[in-house]
Ligand binder design. Sequence first.
Ligand code: PLP
Length: 375
Amino acid sequence: MVEFISYGRQSIDGEDIQAVVDTLRSPYLTQGPKVAEFEQAVADYVGVKYAVSFCNGTAALHGACSAAGIGEGDEVITSPITFAASANCVRYVGGTVVFADIDATTYNIDPTEIRKNITAKTKAIIPVDFTGQPVDIDEIMTIAKEHNLVVIEDGAHSLGATYKGRKVGTTADMTMFSFHPVKPVTTAEGGIIVTDNEEYYKKMLQFRSHGIEQVPYSPEKGGWYYEMTDLGYNYRMTDLQAALGVSQLKKLDTFIAKRQELAEHYNQALVNVEGIKIPQQLANTKSGWHLYMIQLEHANRKEVFNAMRAANIGVHVHYIPVYWHPYYRDLGYERGLCPVAEAWYEKALTLPLHPGITQENMNFIIEKLETTIHD
Ligand SMILES: *Cc1c(COP(=O)(O)O)cnc(C)c1O
């Protein structure tokens, strides 16, 4: 029996370990020089002015929603095919989530469906670069400008991916990247918002640290003086995490190249297999290939899933439509809301894809999949 092949996992080497150990021996464990260095490195990599790190990607989305001024009575449009955090962040600030259906080719939110769901209450759009494939951000920004909306791109899957030659993170008002271990690079837990907007940047710095504002030194007030001017949170990243992030970021392009190579191998092996639809890419985009997802056109998905798992192949399904979860169901969202997404979900299967997958793993997965669906 082969060792369990997970759908995604971190790639950590000796250099990464040394970076964390060095920080453990330094005077700072949290919010020291490594946090600032990591933020600068991400901002430089993406090509934006500002980056604000958080303890995880979900906290980062919360910070972005707060900075955008989303609150009670505001509607925010997102995709139903995403991790729950893309929608939950709207709920944290009291907003209402509106789910717009996906495009049947890219599985990303369909800009036409965004337009259909805009009302006088719409405040923002949270498009998700699902599987690492960038959304049609130019079209989404055009819609946002027409209706004066804020765009917070959920790039949890897409750090390093490009759209028309531009890096994800350079176009939306704010873009979130996650550093959870399965994501393109990791800090264990961690997240970041990149933006060119100074006002959002300042608001998020305050938000992630109790709402405290550093005030200029005044001799009357004393050197210890600071002010808490808003209700914030303790959502800070540690220097240990940031040290790992700095080291990991150097390998991002190599990781993506490896993911692209593996995805290409899957594509070639599966393109002519009856009953499997391989993922399609939008012209002018380069996916980060966070996930490799196929559609099982005829086979029983649960049977295929179970057979693959029995062979120690960590297939998965991303994602259950968010509004099917009991929390959202109880808020009144009903099945049938996004028919394209629901039909897509029923046939979806994630195959293992990460830089540690070997040629041998690949051949084993492909062979097992072919025999299983034709059983
Ligand atoms: C992972 C993920 C998040 C949340 O990131 P965390 O760092 O795990 O909090 C948000 N959106 C999507 C699409 C994700 O995959």
